[in-house]
Design a protein around this ligand. Structure first.
Ligand SMILES: NC(=O)c1ccc[n+]([C@@H]2O[C@H](COP(=O)([O-])OP(=O)(O)OC[C@H]3O[C@@H](n4cnc5c(N)ncnc54)[C@H](O)[C@@H]3O)[C@@H](O)[C@H]2O)c1
Length: 365
């Protein structure tokens, strides 16, 4: 059995399932969210989309008996224990899911929502308050921190042998609009949409960011310099301009005499501590087995669950974490509103700080 992964139960094998509804019948949810329900304790009772035809088609495809084009009617009629929300943006740059989540909480449902949780710090705080007063959870699909490689990286960096984290570098391809365009929320939709991915990784591996500054090149690429509350330092390289054929991401964490690298989201290499090669007269780089680097990567040949993107990109694990939290009555520990809040503080730092300045986070106000 692979570390950290209990064997997967198929949906129909669960004795207890969460009575769920779904708002949104778009492209991403069809590909990557509804299909996770095959491996989670979900009883999908209803689907809602502004397009009644799409809602009906998704309901048929994914096994719900009811479909709606008005989410309020669905909430009123179905009284689901939990609602999945995968919607998009309004023309003014607002995140549609934020208001929908507030409606679901008011109707007494727990909420799982795709990122971004919201378009501002204030909206995440509003969701926090609403969730607390409703006694319900809101979880955001921060898939990057649910991938097997990232979870293993986290367990390595927390081990005594790795030592405290000294530095972190995350590379992710994303353009940042210039200072003029940054004033318009519509121009920031793409940035908001994607900052959740590297932002989640930085928070998961490094904790709270307390200091921030960046440089930007004219085509939109940027490199940010970060200091974490722990004392570690870091860098976020938003590599606008990278080729479409290139692996998107690279994560490196350095400890004390040890470091690890995740390439392309799936290949994890752990360079273990304890190697003393000396300099000048060593005829070989081959070190003893107990200090040699460790590498994990999928084999991509067998029809195994771990070879499905639903698993190695983190979709099934995030949905299972939500459902298990609802069934246990305990708040999710990952994908929390506090994590979304930290990402929105980072978003604000990019939005409000000109290149070349260094600021303390969170920004005042
Ligand atoms: N985590 C990931 O890997 C990942 C990947 C792609 C997209 N996403 C996120 O998924 C979300 C959706 O992306 P998409 O490409 O599927 O968008 P989409 O535009 O294809 O689908 C959105 C759907 O929501 C419906 N909708 C909007 N408001 C509604 C309302 N009030 N009531 C009912 N239905 C409503 C629309 O009719 C549409 O069918 C975005 O937030 C995006 O950031 C995440």
């Amino acid at each position: 059995m692979a570390q950290g992964s209990a064997e997967i139960t198929y949906q129909f094998e669960y004795e207890q399932r969460v009575r769920c509804a779904f708002i949104g019948a778009g492209g991403h949810s069809y590909r990557n969210v509804y299909p996770t329900f095959q491996y989670a304790p979900v009883d999908l009772v209803a689907v809602c989309d502004r397009s009644a035809d799409r809602a009906a088609a998704y309901a048929r495809t994914f096994g719900a008996t009811q479909s709606y084009h008005d989410h309020r009617a669905m909430l009123e009629q179905e009284r689901p224990d939990a609602v999945f929300i995968v919607t998009s943006y309004d023309e003014d740059g607002r995140v549609q899911a934020t208001d929908l989540a507030l409606d679901c909480l008011a109707a007494g449902s727990h909420v799982w929502m795709e990122k971004p949780t919201a378009a501002s710090v204030a909206e995440v705080l509003e969701l926090k308050t609403a969730a607390e007063s409703a006694g319900r959870f809101v979880m955001t699909g921060l898939k990057k921190i649910f991938t097997p490689a990232m979870e293993k990286a986290k367990s390595i960096i927390e081990s005594d042998e790795f030592g405290p984290v000294s530095s972190i570098i995350v590379r992710y391809p994303q353009g940042l609009p210039d200072d003029d365009r940054k004033q318009d929320p519509r121009e920031l939709i793409g940035f908001l949409d994607h900052i959740y991915h590297p932002g989640a990784v930085l928070g998961y591996l490094g904790g709270k960011i307390t200091r921030f500054g960046y440089e930007r090149e004219p085509a939109g690429g940027s490199v940010a310099m970060l200091r974490f509350e722990s004392g570690a330092i870091g860098s976020l390289h938003l590599a606008a301009g990278a080729a479409g054929t290139s692996p998107l991401e690279r994560v490196e964490v350095v400890g004390r005499d040890a470091n690890l690298v995740i390439d392309n989201g799936v290949r994890l290499t752990y360079y273990r501590p304890g190697v003393r090669l000396g300099y000048g007269r060593n005829p070989s780089y081959v070190v003893d087995d107990d200090v040699a680097p460790l590498v994990w990567q999928p084999e991509f040949s067998l029809g195994q669950l771990y070879n499905k993107n639903l698993f190695y990109l983190g979709y099934v694990p995030e949905v299972r974490h939500f459902c298990e939290s609802v069934l246990a009555g305990t708040p999710p520990t990952k994908g929390t509103l506090d994590e979304s809040l930290a990402i929105m503080h980072l978003f604000d730092a990019y939005r409000l700080t000109p290149p070349g300045q260094t600021v303390d986070l969170p920004l005042p106000g």
